[in-house]
Design a protein around this ligand. Structure first.
Ligand code: RIB
Ligand code: CA
Length: 304
């Protein structure tokens, strides 16, 4: 029994690793990839998504999405992911073209045509998701859940309060969190714990074509320290495949859309202010050793 998923993404080095797992794990059926402006501009995130899909010789449609947030000016993360968004590995120039449909149209059509509810996995800002829900609210009943990388109940990485994906488009994040669709918040609370260790990174280089590609990208990734690199987006896939390795707490999550805390995800941790209602399962702890072990098992299982 495979889980049908759609990834909405802004590759981005950790996005590239998440796409690698989503494409290659037999328990997942990746139906569509949509790109959004985030780590770098949407023309580059779209090209990078195509490079990964083409690297694995897959016939998965890639659609280009929003080139800027709903209201906020666009601010990229090229300082972390490089100007191209995926430096360090030569994917060549022949990696295909995006489909003609926009991301919103492709999302709508794929979700409504599916024979079972689909899982959305956004790993960039949520602009495409917000536009989809605004233009086609009927899709909400056809979505099983949203497993979203983003947010934090603790310290941010753009301000002390806000994480990049939510900070990039807080208005879109609020639309998504207020949508009524079940959400799993895969935030910095776990992604900054489950670091990819230097030992794991070294082993990647010995694991065939895919391992070499990921190794070369991650060695150019400016997020992390001597203890390792946070593979933020990969945690969404790890959650889908091994939820037992992650601890979650149900709560109402609200998003600040103005002021100095703009982009903050605020958890009603005592269930005191939303009549006991919740809109998210928030990931609060993770088995880091298991994450590293799983990461290597996933890559070593990929056939060249
Ligand atoms: O805060 C981490 C998130 O921002 C990740 O999705 C990373 O790829 C960047 O988009
Ligand atoms: Ca991302």
């Amino acid at each position: 029994m495979t889980t049908k998923i759609i990834m909405d993404t802004d590759p981005g080095i950790d996005d590239a690793a998440a796409l690698t797992m989503a494409i290659n794990d037999p328990a997942l059926d990746l139906k569509l990839v949509t790109a959004v402006a985030g780590n770098v501009t949407v023309d580059k995130t779209t090209a990078n998504a195509l490079k990964i899909v083409n690297f694995f010789k897959q016939d998965i449609p890639v659609a280009a999405g929003a080139k800027q947030p709903l209201i906020k000016p666009f601010e990229d993360a090229a300082r972390i992911h490089g100007e191209s968004g995926m430096p360090g590995y030569d994917f060549g120039d022949d990696y295909g073209e995006p489909i003609a449909k926009s991301a919103v149209e492709a999302l709508h059509d794929e979700i409504m045509a599916a024979d079972e509810p689909i899982t959305l996995v956004p790993t960039g800002s949520y602009t495409n998701i917000a536009l989809l829900f605004s233009q086609y609210p009927e899709v909400k009943d056809h979505i099983k859940e949203i497993v979203a990388m983003g947010g934090t109940l603790s310290k941010g990485n753009m301000t002390s309060a806000a994480e990049f994906n939510v900070f990039t488009d807080p208005h879109a994040a609020k639309i998504m969190y207020d949508s009524g669709v079940p959400i799993v918040m895969v935030g910095l609370d776990i992604t900054l714990k489950a670091l990819l260790t230097p030992d794991t990174l070294d082993k990647l280089a010995t694991m065939g074509r895919a391992g070499e590609m990921l190794h070369d990208l991650i060695t150019h990734y400016n997020d992390g320290d001597e203890n390792g690199h946070p593979m933020h987006d990969v945690n969404t896939i790890f959650y889908l495949l091994h939820p037992e390795a992650i601890t979650t707490e149900e709560m109402w999550v609200d998003v600040q859309t103005e002021g100095p805390a703009m982009g903050e995800t605020v958890g009603d941790i005592r269930g005191a202010y939303h009549d006991g209602k919740t809109n998210a399962k928030v990931c609060v702890d993770i088995d880091t050793d298991y994450f590293n072990k799983w990461f290597l098992e996933e890559v070593s299982a990929i056939k060249d």
